[in-house]
Design a protein around this ligand. Structure first.
Ligand SMILES: [Zn+2]
Length: 284
């Protein structure tokens, strides 16, 4: 198997793919596309690990999404056991989501506290297992509040761990100041198909060094042009690579290689798994 692209954040286990999941993964292999499939709770995390074990171009990320916390959400030993699997390449998606907090101040504060506790659990787990975090951070409308709170947690642990903490801010939508703080602690940021239909991210893409950018589809959501409004798929990742090259005014092949190598570098478990299980894998 030879891979040329990596979609670092997708949800291939969603019911949207129930009819043709295997076919999609087969087509991805043919198009030399690998993908990291992201869990949002224990159930979906288990499905990610299963998919990763069944397919050599699929890798898993396990965790509890902050927007899907329920009274009985499990983020204890079950998650730790799952996260130790060798095809689990990152921990998440985890983080803070203040976009849909309850209107009532007390309940909103309470939920924020719970989100922070669960997030800290993931940070500790990532450090224990030496795997990167896959961050989901969404601020309340018109603010950067969740980014500020998440960064103060991450910067603290970055310091106390001696720089060991690593991770990627998925679907990055902060401003340049926030971006600088992520880069300072060695984190990467990833962009979705949204960049193919708005120029809102151009400044961020230009500012981010090519070796700190990753690309993702977040499939089945936010399909890039010309598939906008339809089901998204990791098969469309080359369109997002094209757009990064365009914004950066760099040669497409240079950008493709850089983005692919970034995945191997920032998710070391991916390259470990590829080099041990696939003797014929051609590293770039
Ligand atoms: Zn996601």
């Amino acid at each position: 198997m030879k891979l040329e692209y990596f979609d670092i954040h997708s949800h291939l286990y969603f019911p949207d793919f129930d009819k043709d999941r295997d076919e999609q993964i087969k087509k991805m292999r043919k198009a030399k596309i690998g993908a990291i499939v992201i869990g949002t709770d224990i159930k979906s995390s288990k499905e990610c690990v299963k998919l990763a074990h069944e397919n050599d171009n699929i890798f898993a990320c396990v965790g509890q999404h902050p927007d899907e916390l329920k009274e009985d959400s499990v983020f204890d030993e079950h998650l730790r056991k799952l996260a130790s699997d060798k095809k689990v390449v990152a921990i998440g998606e985890c983080g803070l989501d203040y976009f849909r907090l309850p209107k009532d101040q007390t309940s909103a504060l309470e939920l924020k506290m719970i989100q922070k506790t669960v997030f800290e659990y993931h940070v500790d787990l990532a450090l224990d297992l030496d795997k990167p975090l896959m961050l989901h951070i969404r601020s309340s409308s018109g603010t950067q509040d969740a980014y500020y709170d998440a960064l103060s947690i991450l910067e603290h642990h970055h310091k106390t761990s001696g720089g060991k903490l690593r991770g990627n801010a998925h679907f990055f939508a902060g401003d340049v100041e926030i971006l600088k703080r992520f880069l300072e602690i060695g984190f990467t940021v990833s962009f979705t198909g949204v960049i193919t239909f708005t120029r809102d991210y151009d400044e961020l893409i230009k500012y981010t060094p090519l070796d700190s950018i990753l690309v993702e589809t977040d499939a089945p959501f936010v399909a890039p042009v010309p598939h906008r409004g339809k089901r998204n798929s990791p098969l469309y990742i080359p369109l997002i690579v094209d757009r990064i090259a365009e914004v950066k005014c760099e040669e497409r092949e240079v950008v493709r290689k850089a983005l692919f190598n970034n995945t191997l570098k920032h998710f070391p478990e991916v390259s470990k798994s590829l080099s041990t299980s696939l003797a014929s894998f051609d590293l770039l």
